[in-house]
Design a binder for this molecule. Structure first.
Ligand code: HEC
Ligand code: HEC
Ligand code: HEC
Ligand code: HEC
Ligand code: HEC
Ligand code: HEC
Ligand code: HEC
Ligand code: HEC
Ligand code: HEC
Ligand code: HEC
Length: 338
């Protein structure tokens, strides 16, 4: 990018300033202020100044608000509401009707649940696909690129099963909120994570309670640290292309390269670890030494039952000697002893 010239630097605030003044004047000339809304915030005014969005079967948000003040009050304070109030695209300028569809017939009928083209939720006459299309008209790209055909889409899940649109989720600063979700998370979801996902994924709920678990309860990782619930081109909706790439994105010290590689580590961390939680130390799928025995049966120091105190089962831990089990860079580390 070319660096801005001093002239451009001066011009920018000027242009922005003028736009604000124009927007303010526009709002003053517009329809009488909504008395429920109180002193209208800036984005309100900008919206009134924008083209009303009334054409064809569209009546414009201002008409909707006359009967649905409550929805407007709740929606305008969400991130989506704020952006739409300062619309950047013709679709955003449609406001309420961007999601609910053209409302002329609804308004002429004086309201009614069946006259509005798109309604959301379980009791809606619209199919899940129709409801999702309303959202995807703006959100089809980015993280939703692989939504179509993803596990959640193909099981008939709607965006609004996880998302609420009219209200921000406020994760209270109670210990409950703190330990259930990272504080930065506030993406219009109905429940904080991982609770949102655990409603359906009961097996994960059990795993999270086990003695060895990824620090979900402690608020250091959450489901979307590893998965994209909107679908991904990777197995199990993972953010990375393989399980190993996923693990190594945080546990970088395990990436190597190693002079002596242990093949199961290079193949899949999940050969030995269960990422969601186990009852064995260090997220091991099977307790030591059985985790090694599952592959190594006839080694030079066989692993069948040994006399108590045998050096071969030193403290029941193969890794007490084979400590560099993820790979070694020591010249004589071929047995992962160092
Ligand atoms: C981004 C899409 C979207 C926009 C924009 C939107 N709505 Fe909604 N609306 C929804 C969804 C989704 C629901 C279902 C409840 C929820 O998730 O909050 C809903 C529910 C409703 C309901 C049912 C009652 C309720 O609160 O649950 C009414 C009435 C309504 N919207 C009116 C409006 C009006 C008026 C506007 C414009 C100020 C508007 N909507 C803008 C998506 C939208
Ligand atoms: C003349 C008043 C009026 C206007 C204007 C109006 N509505 Fe409604 N709307 C109603 C009434 C009344 C209902 C029925 C509410 C009920 O049965 O609970 C309704 C229902 C709805 C519902 C379904 C609520 C639900 O429970 O699921 C939505 C969505 C909705 N309106 C959106 C809009 C949108 C978007 C606009 C602007 C295009 C609009 N309305 C304009 C009066 C109005
Ligand atoms: C007219 C375009 C439009 C439609 C339709 C729309 N959105 Fe949005 N949405 C936006 C914009 C703009 C933002 C602001 C953030 C951004 O630019 O990504 C946003 C943000 C969001 C966010 C993130 C909020 C946050 O806290 O970061 C969620 C979640 C979301 N939308 C869900 C939905 C759902 C669910 C629907 C369907 C009911 C929907 N949207 C329909 C335009 C739209
Ligand atoms: C299984 C639950 C679930 C479903 C279904 C779902 N989402 Fe989300 N969505 C989430 C969660 C959780 C986040 C927060 C992700 C984060 O914090 O990284 C999110 C974030 C978002 C965001 C804001 C961040 C971003 O990724 O840009 C948007 C926009 C969004 N979802 C739109 C949608 C739309 C549109 C649909 C339907 C096609 C949908 N979502 C379906 C759970 C879901
Ligand atoms: C540290 C990364 C990580 C986190 C955090 C994580 N997962 Fe996973 N998840 C994985 C990996 C890796 C797999 C694939 C495991 C495999 O191949 O054995 C997976 C698989 C899954 C599967 C598919 C299981 C199957 O057998 O098909 C589901 C469902 C799932 N995770 C849900 C969740 C939920 C819900 C959460 C939040 C409580 C979560 N995950 C948190 C990494 C993670
Ligand atoms: C409304 C129920 C529901 C919710 C909520 C839900 N899921 Fe799912 N999820 C499903 C169903 C159904 C499947 C398909 C299960 C199967 O194939 O066995 C699935 C599959 C998955 C898979 C496995 C994908 C695969 O390829 O096998 C992952 C990973 C996953 N969900 C993660 C999440 C995450 C993360 C969240 C929270 C943001 C979440 N889910 C919320 C119902 C849900
Ligand atoms: C989003 C980052 C992230 C990802 C991805 C991730 N981890 Fe972790 N992992 C952590 C954090 C944070 C801890 C806790 C470390 C601590 O407390 O010092 C941890 C701890 C562990 C532990 C030690 C647990 C214990 O009880 O001592 C193991 C084993 C582990 N992770 C394996 C994996 C595996 C296998 C994967 C891939 C499936 C993975 N991790 C992916 C962040 C991550
Ligand atoms: C062959 C089985 C095996 C495989 C495959 C494996 N690990 Fe491990 N991992 C272990 C064992 C055993 C321990 C416990 C170490 C000990 O007892 O000293 C462990 C411990 C860990 C720990 C905790 C370390 C600590 O210092 O507390 C992390 C993190 C970890 N592994 C990450 C990974 C990652 C990432 C992968 C994939 C690249 C992976 N592991 C693959 C067997 C394995
Ligand atoms: C998923 C199967 C699998 C698991 C589980 C596994 N290994 Fe291995 N391990 C292998 C393979 C394959 C090789 C390579 C054998 C070769 O090169 O001949 C190997 C090589 C080794 C070697 C070097 C052998 C040599 O001859 O150079 C040692 C030492 C070793 N593993 C120890 C362990 C320990 C300790 C554990 C438990 C923490 C373990 N392994 C778990 C598959 C596994
Ligand atoms: C007291 C330390 C010690 C313990 C405990 C131990 N090993 Fe070893 N292991 C060794 C040494 C030393 C060698 C190298 C022998 C050599 O180079 O000739 C070795 C070699 C190996 C080899 C490669 C040689 C072969 O037999 O092909 C494997 C595989 C192996 N160990 C697996 C295991 C497993 C699995 C366990 C746990 C049941 C275990 N070891 C526990 C010290 C130990």
């Amino acid at each position: 990018m070319k660096p801005a010239t001093p002239l451009q630097l001066i011009a920018l605030p000027l242009i922005l300033g003028c736009a604000a003044v124009l927007a303010f004047a526009g709002a003053g000339a517009g329809q009488p202020a909504n008395k429920e809304a109180g002193p209208a915030p800036a984005q309100e005014k900008a919206k009134a100044a924008a083209p009303a969005g009334a054409d064809g079967d569209y009546v414009g948000s201002d008409t909707c608000i006359t009967c649905h003040e409550d929805q407007q009050r709740r929606f305008k304070n969400t991130i989506m509401g704020k952006v739409m109030a300062n619309s950047r695209t013709p679709l955003e300028a449609r406001g309420c009707e961007a999601c609910h569809g053209p409302g002329k017939a609804h308004v002429e009928a004086g309201g009614g649940k069946e006259t509005i083209p798109v309604r959301f939720g379980r009791d809606s006459k619209n199919s899940v696909a129709e409801q999702n299309d309303a959202c995807l008209s703006c959100h089809a790209r980015g993280n939703r690129l692989f939504w179509k055909g993803s596990p959640h889409d193909s099981r008939g899940m709607a965006c609004v099963d996880c998302h609420q649109v009219k209200q921000e989720l406020h994760v209270a600063l109670s210990s409950d909120g703190r330990y259930n979700a990272p504080l930065s998370e506030n993406r219009g979801v109905k429940k904080s994570q991982p609770e949102l996902c655990l409603q359906c994924h009961q097996m994960r709920r059990a795993q999270l309670q086990r003695s060895s678990h990824m620090p979900y309860r402690e608020g250091k990782v959450t489901c979307t640290s590893c998965h994209n619930p909107h679908g991904s081109p990777n197995p199990k909706q993972l953010l990375q292309s393989t399980t190993n790439e996923n693990c190594l994105s945080c546990h970088t010290e395990r990436r190597g390269p190693f002079l002596w590689e242990h093949p199961p580590v290079m193949e899949n961390c999940a050969n030995c670890h269960e990422p969601h939680g186990t009852s064995n130390p260090q997220l091991l799928k099977v307790r030591m030494p059985r985790v090694c025995d599952s592959c190594h049966v006839a080694t030079r120091h066989p692993t069948q039952a040994q006399p108590l105190g045998s050096i071969k089962n030193f403290n029941r831990g193969c890794t007490n000697c084979h400590s560099a089990i993820h790979g070694s860079n020591h010249p004589s580390g071929d047995k992962f002893l160092r």
